[in-house]
Ligand binder design. Structure first.
Ligand SMILES: Cc1cc2nc3c(=O)[nH]c(=O)nc-3n(C[C@H](O)[C@H](O)[C@H](O)COP(=O)(O)OP(=O)(O)OC[C@H]3O[C@@H](n4cnc5c(N)ncnc54)[C@H](O)[C@@H]3O)c2cc1C
Length: 420
């Protein structure tokens, strides 16, 4: 039997995937490798492409890569692997009928499943301020957003980015490289305050200012103002001051995209609640990626999602041995020439000790947080060579009492000290 030019094998079970992004497609790749003949796979994606590397959108914005460079699986790949792909805005799934085990897309396309995988990712948070619906107010999540930013950079001069987190700084850096005059508004006095302490945050700010970025720190925007055509012209702050802009990029975080799952009656809190095998409260429905909540955690980086994909595929393939557990994910900023690394609890509390190393003229700062002879967190600025080593010590909960005296100097120093 043939459906959409794809041969359907009646002996196979039917796996339907909602969400054509990084977590969903990694899971499909893992299923194809673990159990290539187990499923007839149908994928629904609300974006009109194959699968691309979302984290490289920053590189496309700043001109290091093109959209073509970041495509991971083009439409041909789906065809080659016998996957039925429905991609495009009208192919967004709008209803899951759990009793009948069917999903429906906006245009009426229907697919039946034995197993359903929800991988709908996140939605950008839009600041609830007047004027947030003006033309020229956008987020930074997908190819469409990048194309809008590129179009603005060709025709306009002034941009404001709301949010001094990873995404906001990468957006601002890209827009500066595209010739725009960019100011970042941040609600804290410290950039990347979820990943960096005050000292590292200030070093980062200085380095970014040298690259042309401007900052309004510890500032709160009150409203966005527009012209008679409904296009943004300025942002007004709580202190009454104003800043002109033609483009306003909101990069203040994401929220798990769970509306579809909620409407289907799946148990959700902040995300779709899953167990250690990535199963939702409906045993026929799995979920992975930024849309899930696992043991209270939600996610915003790809490393844990790829781990989830592995575990989920293991169960979908009926090998059924893997269990997912969340490990601290490391943070890096994709701005060429700026090296920073942060993992774990980088602030600590009164039960912790902090070990510091600073070399101002080399622009190097390191801080390690230790509790009970175990590394709890690390912040590295300027020299990040030992980031992975610290992360490994942290993940493996290694007792560091024997190497504590050289720990801050890094793995190479330790090896040299041992050899001596
Ligand atoms: C610019 C940028 C830079 C980033 N940089 C980094 C980085 O350096 N390091 C890092 O670890 N992480 C980074 N991230 C985060 C990373 O990209 C995400 O963690 C990851 O993409 C999440 O994967 P996901 O599959 O859960 O969601 P997504 O990749 O967003 O995929 C979800 C897909 O589901 C689709 N969808 C949603 N609802 C429906 C529906 N009803 N029907 C059909 N399809 C639907 C969406 O259109 C989307 O294509 C970055 C993100 C951005 C935006």
């Amino acid at each position: 039997m043939t459906v959409n030019n794809i041969k359907v094998d009646r002996m196979k079970r039917r796996l339907v995937v909602i969400g054509n992004g990084m977590a969903g497609m990694r899971t499909v790749e893992e299923v194809l490798s673990a159990a290539p003949d187990k499923y007839d796979i149908t994928v629904f994606g609300a974006e009109p492409y194959g699968n691309y590397n979302r984290i490289m959108l920053s590189s496309v914005l700043c001109g290091d890569k093109t959209i073509e460079d970041i495509v991971m699986n083009d439409r041909q790949w789906y065809a080659d692997n016998g996957i039925s792909l429905h991609a495009g805005a009208d192919k967004a799934v709008v209803r899951i009928e759990r009793r009948a085990r069917k999903v429906y897309a906006l245009d009426g396309t229907c697919a039946e499943y034995d197993r359903l995988l929800i991988a709908t990712g996140s939605k950008p948070v839009i600041a609830p301020i007047p004027g947030n619906d003006l033309e020229g107010v956008i987020s930074f999540r997908d190819i469409l957003d990048v194309n809008k930013m590129l179009a603005y950079s060709r025709q306009h001069k002034k941009a404001v980015v709301l949010g001094g987190g990873l995404l906001g700084l990468e957006a601002a850096n890209g827009l500066v490289l595209r010739g725009m005059d960019v100011t970042v508004i941040h609600n804290s006095e410290v950039l990347l305050n979820r990943q960096m302490d005050r000292k590292a945050g200030k070093m980062l700010q200085t380095a970014l200012e040298q690259r042309g970025l401007k900052f309004r720190m510890a500032a709160t925007s009150q409203c966005l103002m527009g012209d008679e055509k409904g296009h943004i012209t300025a942002v007004r702050f709580e202190d009454g001051s104003e800043l002109e802009c033609d483009l306003f990029v909101m990069a203040i975080g994401v929220r798990p995209n769970i509306s579809l799952a909620q409407e289907a009656g799946l148990y959700c809190e902040r995300g779709i609640v899953v167990n250690d095998t990535l199963q939702s409260y409906d045993p026929a429905i799995y979920a992975v990626g930024e849309c899930i909540q696992h043991r209270g955690d939600t996610f915003g980086l790809v490393a844990p999602l790829f781990e989830q994909a592995k575990v989920c595929a293991n169960h979908l393939s009926a090998h059924g041995v893997a269990e997912y557990s969340t490990l601290p994910a490391a943070t890096k900023l994709k701005v060429t020439g700026i090296n920073l690394f942060s993992v774990g609890d980088f602030l600590g509390d009164e039960s912790c000790e902090a070990v510091h190393f600073t070399d101002p003229s080399m622009g190097i700062y390191k801080k390690l947080i230790i509790r009970d002879n175990k590394l709890m967190g690390a912040v590295l600025y300027g020299d990040t060579a030992d980031g992975m080593w610290y992360q490994e010590l942290l993940e493996k909960k290694k007792n560091i009492s024997d190497i504590r005296d050289v720990l801050i100097f890094g793995q190479a120093y330790l090896t040299a000290a041992e050899a001596a």
